[in-house]
Design a protein around this ligand. Sequence first.
Ligand code: ADP
Ligand code: MG
Length: 274
Amino acid sequence: MLNTFSPAVTLEGGIPVSGSEVLETTTPPADLWVRGLTKRFEAATPVLKGVAFQVKAGQRVALIGANGAGKSTLLRCCMHLIPPDSGEVRLFGTPLAGLDAAALRRLRSQVGFVFQKHNLVPRLSALSNVLHGALPRTPLAQAWFQGLAPAPLRHEALHCLERVGLSHIALRRADKLSGGQSQRVAVARALMQRPRLIVADEPAASLDPVAGDEVMALFSGLVKDEGLTMVFTSHDLTHAVRYADRVIALQRGEIVLDAMSHEVNVAELRSLYA
Ligand SMILES: Nc1ncnc2c1ncn2[C@@H]1O[C@H](COP(=O)(O)OP(=O)(O)O)[C@@H](O)[C@H]1O
Ligand SMILES: [Mg+2]
């Protein structure tokens, strides 16, 4: 059954009593809370037109939509990597508007990013690349090169590699890894950040179908097992249905579907592209 999205606005974490008074409830804030997000580049048509959604802790959300629908722009605006024109974003309950660069960086350090292009440092080992996930919380000299890392940090990085099934090639140079292995290292690097939320933009798009499926199965399984929250974009509708708890479809900058993945199937999702 296909549920079309209705942008009902609900107040999180409190019941409005009067203009300024709010009764506290025990509902935790959503990990990501977005209202009225708009963004326009130079072109006349806005790329995002008042996007609203929220993602609660522990949920895995697939963001789908045709090329140019605005998926990457939405992810970037949600993290204030590019500034939205209007609207509000709250990350782990904290409004991003008005935060200075240091505060924004601190908040973002709880978000693990994985992109289509893995961005590993080619001449460094898989292990050193994973270690880089600790850079926001560790001095550069200790978190750049595995040989200089203190034992606990090195063990943690090895453990992250183990979780993606690559501890046996920890010391292999990144430029000697296959595409699938490289993306697994990028996942391990994101885990090394000890994130609460994972944001992944087309994490499997540069891989062949088999490797892409393996990486998504592993990635989504780890996120679920560790109780993390995840938002990933994908143009593979099977991945969206199989590896997310919920699917949000974007069409020309607007949400046209927001449904639990067990409520939709690939054919229904494909019809949104027509
Ligand atoms: N930095 C930018 N400058 C100008 N236009 C951009 C920029 N980034 C994205 N766009 C435009 O915004 C639209 C949405 O792009 P994008 O968010 O990358 O879509 P998707 O990820 O869904 O393919 C496209 O028309 C794209 O050309
Ligand atoms: Mg994109």
